[in-house]
Design a protein around this ligand. Structure first.
Ligand SMILES: [Zn+2]
Length: 250
C-alpha cells in the first residue's frame, strides 16, 4: 500500500496568510482552506486504496519539524503540503496555481509535482503558474520522500478567494491532487459516479430513499450501527431492505 503524508500547511491560529475582508466582513485564514482540502484529499485517497498519514492533526500549531519527522518516521511514500497563496495584503490581480519542490529534487519528485500540477489545473480551470523550485522551504528540503507543496490559488485575488472559501472549489482541489497522485503511482482514478456506487450511508437523514423502513428497523433494534450509531449501509443493502419490506418480510 502506498502511504501519503498530508500536511495542512499552517496551524489555525498562527502563521499562514489570510484574505482581505470580504464584503460581509469575513476574513478567511489560510488554514481553513488547507485543512478542508487536506481532509477531503485524505478521504479520496483512502477510497483509492492509499494509506494516509495526517502529520498535523493537533488543534494548535504543529511545528514544521514535527510534521516532517512524522512523515520520515512512518516512511511515507510521498509528502503533500497544502497551501493557499497571497500577494501583498489587499485585493490584486495575482492569480493561479503553482506547485513547489526542493531545488535539488530528484526525478521522482519532479514527476510527482508535474502530475499534481497538471491534474489540479485541469480540474480547477485556473491559471497554470507551473512547478517552481526552492531551497527555502523546510518541508521540501527535510523530507526523505518526494515532497510537493501545492498553492491552490491566491487569497488576495477576489475571484479566487471566493473560490477558496467555497466547498465546491475545495473539493475540486482535492480531486485534482488525488488524480495527480493516482497518475504518479499508476492507480486508476474513480470518477464520482463510481465513488457514489461505493458510498456508504451512516444516518437515516443521508439515505436517498427507504428512510421509513430503515427508521423502523433502527427503532425496533434490528439495526444498531456501531458505537456511535453509524449505520454503514451501502446502496445495495438499502435496496434489499426496501424490497423485503415491500414483500412484508420485515
Ligand atoms: Zn501557506
Amino acid at each position: 500500500m502506498y502511504y501519503v503524508a498530508i500536511d495542512d500547511g499552517h496551524g489555525g491560529e498562527t502563521a499562514g496568510k489570510r484574505t482581505p475582508p470580504f464584503a460581509d466582513g469575513f476574513v478567511m485564514g489560510e488554514n481553513m482552506y488547507n485543512d478542508a482540502v487536506g481532509k477531503l484529499l485524505g478521504e479520496l485517497l483512502k477510497k483509492h486504496g492509499f494509506g494516509v498519514l495526517f502529520v498535523a492533526q493537533e488543534e494548535g500549531d504543529t511545528s514544521l519539524q514535527t510534521r516532517v519527522e512524522r512523515a520520515n518516521a512512518e516512511k511515507a511514500d510521498i509528502y503533500i503540503s497544502i497551501h493557499a497563496n497571497a500577494y501583498g495584503n489587499s485585493w490584486n490581480s495575482a492569480s493561479g496555481i503553482e506547485s513547489w519542490i526542493y531545488s535539488n529534487a530528484d526525478e521522482k519528485t519532479e514527476r510527482l509535482a508535474n502530475c499534481i500540477q497538471k491534474a489540479l489545473v485541469e480540474e480547477t480551470g485556473r491559471r497554470n503558474r507551473g512547478v517552481k523550485k526552492s531551497n527555502q522551504l523546510y518541508v521540501l528540503n527535510s523530507t526523505k520522500m518526494p515532497a510537493v507543496l501545492v498553492e491552490g490559488g491566491f487569497m488576495t485575488n477576489f475571484e479566487e478567494a471566493e473560490l477558496l472559501r467555497s466547498e465546491a472549489y475545495r473539493r475540486k482541489c482535492a480531486v485534482g491532487i488525488c488524480k495527480g497522485i493516482c497518475s504518479y503511482f499508476g492507480v486508476a482514478y474513480m470518477e464520482k459516479e463510481e465513488e457514489d456506487d461505493m458510498k456508504r450511508y451512516q444516518t437515516i437523514a443521508e439515505l436517498p430513499y427507504g428512510k421509513e423502513v430503515m427508521e423502523k428497523l433502527v427503532k425496533e433494534g434490528a439495526i444498531q450501527g456501531d458505537e456511535k450509531g453509524r449505520l454503514n449501509l451501502s446502496e445495495d443493502m438499502l435496496r434489499i431492505f426496501v424490497i423485503l419490506d415491500r414483500k412484508n418480510i420485515l
